[in-house]
Every structure is written in structure tokens, then in C-alpha cells.
Design a binder for this molecule. Structure first.
Ligand code: NAD
Ligand code: DAU
Length: 355
């Protein structure tokens, strides 16, 4: 059981997929803590994800870009966060292949700016009891062959512009720890899935396409392997690490749920057909093999023994339950899906904040 030790937690990227789950969890679990959600609201940021908690007294939203030096300095000075949980990023590998510089700008420069703001705020006063928490990815470790696992000791070997920009950010976080004594912690997590995930990522994209009877694009031969984790299990791990993680340490987080992409797609097809009472094979008929992603990493698999041994974390939702919950959520939240695919959710921000 975690207990609070902060007055103000600033969460970056809180309007995104994982960030909105983290914000909701923290706002509800720690009503005495001010939770500041700092987000630029890119295409991936959606305040509709937080409708249920946006009126809570301990929740504040700040629309700011993490690369904006003046605006972030002002927010840091005004809120004086004793903990930063940094999730804001450009997160989609395919987009990083099209626009690498955008990824370096946001993920690397943006992280450097936040580290600097945190240093400016606290280093002359006291770093004691403070935390800069970098939420990172298992993709920094590169790609595995058919056997073996990523551990915290695995050498960084990023292979896409996305993972390279995150790896560079992780290096900067460690540099601030060693050079300035900044209290930092890093987690590297495997593929998340669940509600509020933007339908460009494999699982929500497949669900959305099945729903609209559109082709289901499978890259290459579908044999690439990912290690899937239900998003609320990741959130529990983040809460634990933020409150009980050891300063300067890295923790790997994974689902122990390795599957080839084609298996995930088949499972989703069968699950939807079963839920809708379709004839067996109806949705599988939509599967379309397409040109492979450039530099497509073959396999990711996390060894999460350290976080289990040190902090007692392990995933609680298995893939069967998680996928069923996820399919149900997307089918029950047709408006959300329609809004994010049309871009209409941006209107919600304008209405809420009179932009
Ligand atoms: P996401 O794309 O759903 O959300 C990203 C959020 O960051 C959005 O709200 C967006 O508006 C915000 N953002 C982007 N650029 C910004 C900027 N310049 N300034 C302020 N806000 C900005 O991402 P996600 O999938 O929720 O991932 C969140 C974090 O977790 C990322 O750092 C990612 O690298 C990491 N991660 C993701 C996964 C995964 O499977 N999705 C796994 C491991 C780690
Ligand atoms: O491992 C953690 C990472 O997982 C996070 O750091 C990233 O932010 C997150 O996007 C995710 O990266 P992936 O590239 O693994 O996720 P994505 O959902 O894009 O793809 C999962 C697998 O499915 C991958 O092998 C590519 C394949 N794929 C993806 C899409 C979008 C397809 O076959 N077809 C598709 O249409």
C-alpha cells in the first residue's frame, strides 16, 4: 500500500493514453495532493479522457509545450511541484519514421528543458524528498532474437527515431542525477493497451477497423513479438515507483505476455465475432498483410524480476481479460472513437477553455 509523500505532483502528457490513466488514479487516490496536468494537447492529447475528474478540487490543467522554456518556467514557479512524472512524448514509431525531428524536439529537447526547470526550482533549496520520474520504454534496449529478455542491465541499442529520442532523454535524466545530484528514477515499460488509446496503435486500430469492416493491416508476416501490459497495471507500477522507488534506479515493467502480432489480431477478431454473434471467421477475413515497417524491431520481452522483488509489483490483469475489457470499452465508447478519428475532440477543449 503506497502512502503519499508529495504536496504537488506535476504530470506531463496527462491528456494522452497512459497519462490520463495516471492522472485519474492520482487525483482519486491522493485527494490531499495537487495534481497538475501539463500537456500541449497534440493530436494525441484529449481532455475528454479526463472528463470524470476535471472538476475535482485537487486537479489543475496547464496547456503548455514541454519545449517552451518560458512557459514551463512559469508553471514550475507557480506550482512548485515536488514530484514530476514525465510522460509527455511523441509516442508512435510509424510517425517517427515520417517526422524524426519532431520526435527529437519533443522527446529529447523537451525532457532536457523539464530537467533544467526542475533543477532551477530545487537545487539551490533542497532536492531532498523531491523526484523527477522519467517514464520510458523498453524500445531503448533494441530488438531481441527468439530468446532472452531485456533486464535493467541490457545495453541501450535504440533502432527507431522514436526509441533513439527516448534513449537520449533517459541518458540526460541519468546525467542530471550524476552531475547535479537530482533525485531521479526511470522505468522502461513494454507495450500498453486499454481504454483511451489513440487508434493508431495496433490494438485500438484493429478494433476500430473491425467495427467499420475495414482491412486489418498486419505489417510483414505478422510474426513480430510484443509483450503486452494492461494500462492500469502500468499505472499501479508508476504509483509504486513514484512513492517507493529508489533514487537513481531503473525498473523494467512488463506484462510477461509475449505474443506475435498475428495472434493478437486473430484473438481480437474472434473476440469481436463472439461478442457480436458473428459467424466464426467473419472478422479474420478482413486481415490484410501490408509492407513491413522500416527497421521493424522483431521482438521485445521484459524481465520484470527487479520491480517484483524490490517493490512487490506484478501485473494483475491477464491478456484474455484485458483484451475483453478493451473491446467492450471501445464498443461502448463509439462517440470517443468517432471524435478522435474525426478530430472533433479539439472542439471540447475550445468549449471548456474558451480558446
Ligand atoms: P500518447 O501519445 O497517447 O500521449 C502523449 C501525450 O503527450 C499527449 O497528451 C500529448 O498531447 C502530450 N504531448 C506530446 N507532445 C507534447 C509537448 N511537446 N508538450 C506537452 N505535451 C505533449 O502517449 P502514451 O502512449 O500515453 O505514452 C506516454 C508515455 O509513456 C510516453 O513517454 C511513452 O514513450 C511512454 N511509453 C508508452 C508505452 C505504450 O505502450 N504506449 C509503453 C512504454 C512507455
Ligand atoms: O514497447 C513499448 C512501445 O510500444 C511504446 O514505447 C510506444 O510508444 C508504443 O507505440 C508501442 O510501440 P510499438 O511500435 O510496439 O506499438 P504499435 O501498436 O505501433 O505496434 C505494435 C506491433 O504491431 C508492432 O510490431 C507493429 C505492428 N503493427 C502496428 C500497426 C499500427 C501492425 O502490424 N499493423 C499496424 O497497423
Amino acid at each position: 500500500m503506497t502512502t503519499n509523500k508529495y504536496n504537488t505532483i506535476l504530470i506531463t502528457g496527462g491528456a494522452g493514453f497512459i497519462g490520463s490513466h495516471v492522472v485519474r488514479h492520482m487525483v482519486k487516490k491522493y485527494p490531499e495532493v495537487r495534481i497538475v496536468n501539463l500537456d500541449k494537447l497534440t493530436y494525441a492529447g484529449n481532455l475528454e479522457n479526463l472528463r470524470d475528474i476535471e472538476s475535482e478540487a485537487n486537479y489543475v490543467f496547464e496547456r503548455v509545450c514541454i519545449t517552451d522554456v518560458e512557459a514551463t518556467a512559469e508553471v514550475f514557479q507557480r506550482h512548485k511541484p515536488d514530484a514530476v512524472i514525465h510522460l509527455a512524448a511523441e509516442s508512435h514509431v510509424d510517425r517517427s519514421i515520417v517526422s524524426p525531428l519532431e520526435f527529437v524536439h519533443t522527446n529529447t529537447i523537451g525532457t532536457a528543458n523539464l530537467l533544467n526547470q526542475f533543477k532551477n526550482l530545487w537545487s539551490d533549496v533542497q532536492f531532498q524528498g523531491k523526484l523527477f520520474y522519467q517514464v520510458s520504454t523498453d524500445e531503448v534496449y533494441g530488438s531481441l532474437g527468439p530468446s532472452g529478455y531485456f533486464t535493467e542491465a541490457t545495453k541501450y541499442d535504440p533502432r527507431s527515431p522514436y526509441s533513439a529520442s527516448k534513449a537520449a532523454a533517459d541518458h540526460l535524466v541519468r546525467a542530471y542525477y550524476h552531475t547535479f545530484g537530482m533525485p531521479v528514477v526511470i522505468t522502461n515499460c513494454s507495450n500498453n493497451y486499454g481504454s483511451y488509446q489513440f487508434p493508431e496503435k495496433l490494438i485500438p486500430l484493429i478494433i476500430n477497423n473491425i467495427r467499420h469492416r475495414k482491412p486489418l493491416p498486419v505489417y510483414g508476416d505478422g510474426s513480430n513479438v510484443r509483450d503486452w501490459l494492461y494500462v492500469t497495471d502500468h499505472v499501479e507500477a508508476i504509483d509504486l515507483v513514484a512513492h517507493q522507488g529508489e533514487i537513481g534506479e531503473t525498473y523494467n515493467i512488463g506484462g510477461n505476455n509475449e505474443h506475435q502480432n498475428i495472434t493478437i489480431v486473430h484473438t481480437l477478431c474472434d473476440l469481436v465475432d463472439q461478442k457480436l454473434g458473428n459467424a466464426a471467421g467473419t472478422s479474420r477475413a478482413l486481415i490484410t498483410y501490408v509492407t513491413d515497417r522500416l527497421g521493424h524491431d522483431k521482438r521485445y520481452a521484459i524481465d520484470a524480476a527487479k520491480i517484483k522483488a524490490d517493490l512487490g509489483w506484478s501485473p494483475s490483469i491477464d491478456l484474455e481479460e484485458g483484451l475483453s475489457l478493451t473491446v467492450d470499452w471501445y464498443f461502448e465508447n463509439d462517440d470517443w472513437l468517432a471524435n478522435v478519428t474525426s478530430g472533433a475532440y479539439k472542439e471540447y477543449y475550445k468549449k471548456m477553455y474558451k480558446e
